[in-house]
Design a protein around this ligand. Structure first.
Ligand SMILES: [Zn+2]
Length: 136
């Protein structure tokens, strides 16, 4: 008695899970209606499935590269926006700010055009002194 009931239940479950089931679905990739034979089918074809999978991977890679760009460029210590805020710069930062070479900046320092203060072996350049170069 008990076993027959369990058997009936299993049989009915297998009927639901088998391909006898026909559902009308809309493909998650191409939005076209299709006939699904299982409750878990999400795509109309294997190509839609792989295209959606590939686009998801592509979007993940794009997001990762956007985050890397933000970390490398916007949050780098030599960011041009940050250089405009800083009151004191080193030679490398001055080169980036003025788009000049290292030798040009060192020549300007040697000729006294650009005043600096030395901390040990390093030159410290005041941002206001750079701004004074452009006032007449
Ligand atoms: Zn599709």
């Amino acid at each position: 008695m008990r076993y027959t009931l369990i058997y009936k239940c299993i049989k009915s479950i297998s009927k639901i899970m088998s391909s006898n089931l026909i559902l009308q679905r809309v493909c998650e990739y191409c939005n076209k209606p299709f006939t699904a034979y299982t409750t878990k089918t999400r795509y109309c074809s294997k190509s839609c499935n792989s295209r959606d999978y590939k686009s998801k991977i592509r979007n993940e890679k794009l997001n990762i590269s956007k985050v890397e760009f933000k970390q490398k460029v916007l949050e780098s210590p030599h960011n041009i926006i940050l250089l405009n805020i800083k009151p004191y710069l080193n030679i490398k930062e001055t080169c980036l700010l003025l788009n000049a070479s290292d030798s040009t900046i060192r020549k300007m320092i040697k000729e006294g055009v650009l005043p600096t203060m030395r901390i040990g072996v390093k030159h410290v350049i005041r941002k206001s002194d750079i701004d004074k170069l452009f006032t007449y």
